[in-house]
Design a protein around this ligand. Structure first.
Ligand code: UDP
Ligand code: MG
Length: 326
């Protein structure tokens, strides 16, 4: 099969027939063999009935229905697990992404050898309240992830080599950072294509402005996991050592000054009268706590099941790699 189109959707019943019709037209024009995987993320409208109806008239339309609303990332992950096409395309269900882009994306993966191609909604048809924070969001994501050539991390329209989607796990709200996830899994040929974007035709957006707050928190999490996920002590240990050391030296200085003043006949006060004493104390306590966090992190990793899980692309050994996996 050439293409799997994965579509996460939540209450998009009005858009679906039009979307599927459009996809069918594009697929037919290009002679692609394909499947459309609709992941119904616990819709409360008639989306699932519509999907069943669409399946009856075209068996290439398939679907999975969640019992409740889990979010876009879990929906994508479920689609990725089931996708069978050589190239996997994701797109939103709201007709904002155009299926006409699919052939070009497919070509970039198959012929130009990209692992992942992300759409770039260069000209957006969204309210200003969304486009301006988005610019900031993307600039930060570029900086943190080190993927310098992407302008639009969160574009719903993306194409992947099949291997990529089978090796990444999208969870929580991490769909905003799939290129970063892919990069961490070792897929580094990441490209971009300018795509057409349209205003939402039916229904309403499912994400509010809290997306930006959550987005930043997720980015921090990902950054931490990438850098120190397998060795938290290197992060906490360093910070803890510095703080403890600074506090320790400060305590000695405060104590030594008092002793000096005592014995040289100057006037002196209780060490607890000095603000430096409290700063030093706090710093030592924080340092110890950070150290403790590092130790706990290491213990947790020691017992995590994927502590020795690595992405292996190829191997020449006498051991059967498939058996090795089990
Ligand atoms: N979506 C989903 N589960 C959710 C929220 C959204 O599957 O909990 C789907 C939604 O139906 C749409 C896509 O994710 O197909 C993008 O959502 P939306 O268009 O609301 O986001 P925006 O375009 O405003 O960024
Ligand atoms: Mg949308």
């Amino acid at each position: 099969m050439d293409i799997s189109i994965v579509i996460p959707l939540y209450n998009e019943a009005e858009s679906l027939p039009e979307l599927v019709e459009w996809i069918e037209r594009v697929m037919k024009e290009n002679n692609f063999t394909y499947e459309v995987l609709m992941i119904n993320d616990g819709s409360t409208d008639s989306s699932w009935q519509v999907i069943k109806r669409l399946h009856n008239s075209n068996p290439c339309v398939k679907g999975v229905s969640f019992r409740r609303n889990y979010g876009k990332s879990p929906a994508l992950n479920t689609g990725f697990e089931r996708a069978q096409g050589d190239v996997v395309i994701t797109m939103d269900a709201d007709l904002q992404d155009s299926p006409d882009e699919i052939p070009a994306l497919y070509k970039m993966i198959m012929e130009e050898d990209y692992d992942l191609v992300s759409g770039w909604k260069k000209k957006r048809y969204d309210p200003k309240s969304k486009t301006i924070p988005t610019k900031l969001f993307n600039a930060t994501a570029r900086k943190v992830s080190g993927i310098k050539n992407l302008h639009d991390f969160n574009c719903g329209l993306k194409a992947y080599r099949k291997e990529v989607v089978k090796h990444i796990e999208v969870y929580g709200d991490m769909h905003r950072y799939i290129p970063y996830l892919a990069k961490n899994a070792g897929f580094t040929k990441i490209g971009e294509k300018v795509v057409q974007h349209q205003a939402r035709k039916y229904g309403v957006t499912k994400f509010g402005l809290d997306r930006f707050v959550n987005g930043y928190l997720d980015l921090l999490t990902l950054w931490f996991q990438t850098k120190f996920g397998k060795k938290p002590m290197h992060f906490f240990g360093l910070l803890g050592s510095i703080m403890f050391f600074v506090g320790f030296i400060a305590v000695i200085i405060v104590g030594a000054l008092k002793l000096y003043n005592m014995y040289s006949g100057h006037s002196y006060r209780l060490v607890t009268d000095s603000p430096y004493f409290y700063l030093a104390l706090t710093s030592m306590i924080l340092g110890t706590l950070l150290f403790l966090a590092g130790f706990l992190g290491e213990l947790i990793i020691r017992h995590s099941s994927d502590r020795n899980h690595y992405e292996i692309s190829d191997a020449i050994t006498d051991v059967d790699e498939k058996e090795q996996k089990q």
